[in-house]
Ligand binder design. Structure first.
Ligand code: NHR
Ligand code: GAR
Length: 215
């Protein structure tokens, strides 16, 4: 079974969705560790309560991004992961770190990339007046929020939406598509072809990569 390490910064609900999928027999992976860059990350308690090894590396204790990333990689590699999963992880990673985990580092981003890379995506979507918004699981590359897309889910933007209502609608979809993407990886079904990700097997049709779930 594949080993995964999950990196978080806060609440950890995407991490919880993976624990739940694993417990339901829908995600055949060993969650070897959960690592946070903030001592107050709520998700650390959730992970520990689920019996998962936890670590915290406070980025503020390091001289710079390189020093933090070097220590983070050493901490991660103690668990010999096949895959590293960013789940609400809020620190931009250096090119050296990204290269070290090339092809085995996934992120979930709360927008339909390439729209709205970076932070505050829901407020920016509301400000732009878009009618469709969503979330994206992608392989991480040195260029922020620009890696190959594994799966996306779309939701409508409603007239009376606030940042809270829109983010809640999207979070439900995050909890659906992220375990799915990790499952495909764990089953060895994801193939990288430049910026394209192909999913081998019965769900290989492009339609399966985009989840037109409106709700
Ligand atoms: N690193 C690389 N190289 N490439 C990506 O695609 C990455 C990444 C690190 C994190 C997640 C990302 C997101 O999904 C992610 C993708 C943090 C920031 C940010 O500006 C931006 C994007 C993402 C995560 N962070 C600030 C920083 O200075 C700190 C913000 C904070 O602490 O609240 O690192 O959106
Ligand atoms: C999620 O919505 C995730 O997409 C987003 O933060 C939330 C984390 O929630 N990620 C980013 O904004 C990355 N910059 P969680 O901690 O409950 O999984």
């Amino acid at each position: 079974m594949k080993n995964i390490v999950i990196l978080i910064s806060g609440r950890g609900s995407n991490m919880e969705a993976m624990i739940a999928a694993r417990d339901a027999g829908q995600l055949p992976v060993n969650i070897a560790a959960v690592i946070a860059n903030r001592p107050d990350a709520k998700g650390l308690e959730t992970a520990a309560a689920a019996g998962i090894a936890t670590r915290c590396l406070d980025h503020k204790a390091f001289a710079g991004r390189e020093a933090f990333d070097t220590a983070l990689a050493a901490c991660i590699d103690e668990f010999a992961p096949d895959l590293v999963v960013l789940a609400g992880f809020m620190r931009i990673l250096t090119p050296d770190f990204v290269r070290h985990y090339e092809g085995r580092l996934l992120n979930i981003h709360p927008s339909l990339l390439p729209a709205f890379p970076g932070l505050h995506t829901h407020q920016r979507a509301l400000d732009e007046g878009v009618r469709v918004h969503g979330c994206t699981v992608h392989f991480v590359t040195a260029e922020l929020d620009h890696g190959p897309v594994v799966i996306q889910a779309a939701v409508p933007v409603l007239d009376d939406d606030t940042e809270d209502s829109l983010s809640a609608r999207i979070l439900k979809q995050e909890h659906r598509i992220y375990p799915q993407a990790v499952r495909w990886f764990a089953e060895g079904r994801l193939q990288l072809d430049g910026m394209k990700v192909r999913v081998q097997g019965e769900q290989a049709e492009p339609a399966a990569l985009i989840s037109p779930v409106l709700g």
